[in-house]
Write a protein that binds this ligand. Structure first.
Ligand code: ZN
Length: 299
């Protein structure tokens, strides 16, 4: 269906005007009200004392499950299905405005009526290109008097192709005064560990002060590039831009006496084990960023 045809269908559905749906399966009743008040944390005793329903419950009385909805289609359903068929499968509610004419009373039965009131689009949104669909529902009592009304609007959008949408590797290390020496080392193929210029204590990650003597004088040493796996996790989810899951993130213990976090590569996750011997390797993530990672060291 073209965009013009979608608008044509919307025009037809709008021309249908207000269509009655199935009456509520149950009259306005105490158990539902009590349950709703409990779920909302509303402790006002007035509703049950006066035998009326909280107005915001309007939708509760007539909301249908998917099976009933398939039988009892509203003028909105055809539009939503057509949008789905056109690839606008994403949905997010953007507006809900309710108008209350009076309280619904215990024992009365409500009947909804729906009219489709507008389709705009396609529009470019932060979520993707999509259409805004708007409809109105009015709940009537047994005398055909309106009790409550609602305007509802959704954005039906075309979800962007995830692979396309994700930039190659957007995660960047924070490079600052404390960490610049480390990343300069990585560029030169050196694994640099910060040291205290006064007492010689090594520390990682880098920081402004020596945790042992509190000196702010810093130096660094170049690690051998060997280590053993102290601990690890296998990351399955969520997806990380520029990476294929699953991947292994390890805590590697260096013979120099500090631990460092990095990916374990060139080894299937099921073969990774605590205590395995590792060697640092430098892997380009894109044309700007190289990360130190860890690969199994042959015995
Ligand atoms: Zn120190």
């Amino acid at each position: 269906m073209t965009d013009e045809e979608l608008h044509e269908l919307a025009g037809k559905q709008t021309a249908l005007g207000e269509l009655r749906g199935a009456p509520a399966a149950d009259p306005v009743n105490v158990p539902m009200i009590r349950h709703w008040l409990d779920a909302m944390g509303d402790t006002n005793p007035a509703y049950l004392e006066q035998g009326v329903a909280p107005p915001a419950m309007a939708q509760v009385w007539t909301m249908q499950g998917p099976r009933a909805r398939a039988k009892d289609r509203s003028p909105v359903d055809d539009i939503l299905v057509a949008l789905d068929d056109n690839g606008y499968t994403g949905v997010v509610a953007t507006n809900c405005e309710q108008t209350y004419h009076r309280y619904a009373r215990l024992g009365e039965s409500l009947t909804p009526a729906t009219r489709f009131s507008g389709l705009t689009g396609p529009k470019r949104t932060a979520l993707g290109v999509g259409f805004f669909a708007t409809w109105n529902v009015t709940w009537y009592d047994e005398d055909d008097e309106p009790v409550a009304e609602m305007l509802f609007r959704v954005l039906k959008f075309r979800p962007p192709d995830k692979r396309e949408a994700l930039p190659p590797y957007p995660l960047r290390p924070a490079i600052n005064q404390d960490t610049a020496f480390f990343w300069e080392g990585v560029e030169q193929g050196e694994l640099r560990i910060q040291s205290c210029a006064d007492c010689g204590e090594l520390r990682h990650p880098p920081g402004p002060l020596c945790p042992r003597c509190r000196s702010a004088n810093r130096a660094h040493t170049v690690a051998s590039g060997e280590g053993t796996l102290f601990s690890y996790v296998v990351h399955h989810h969520p997806p990380v831009p520029g990476r294929e899951t699953p991947f292994v993130v390890g805590v590697v213990e260096l013979p120099e006496g500090v631990r460092i976090v990095g990916n374990i590569v060139d080894c299937p996750p099921e073969e990774v084990g605590i205590g395995m011997a590792l060697r640092v390797t430098y892997r380009p993530m894109d044309d700007q960023l190289v990360l130190p990672m860890w690969t199994p060291r042959e015995p």
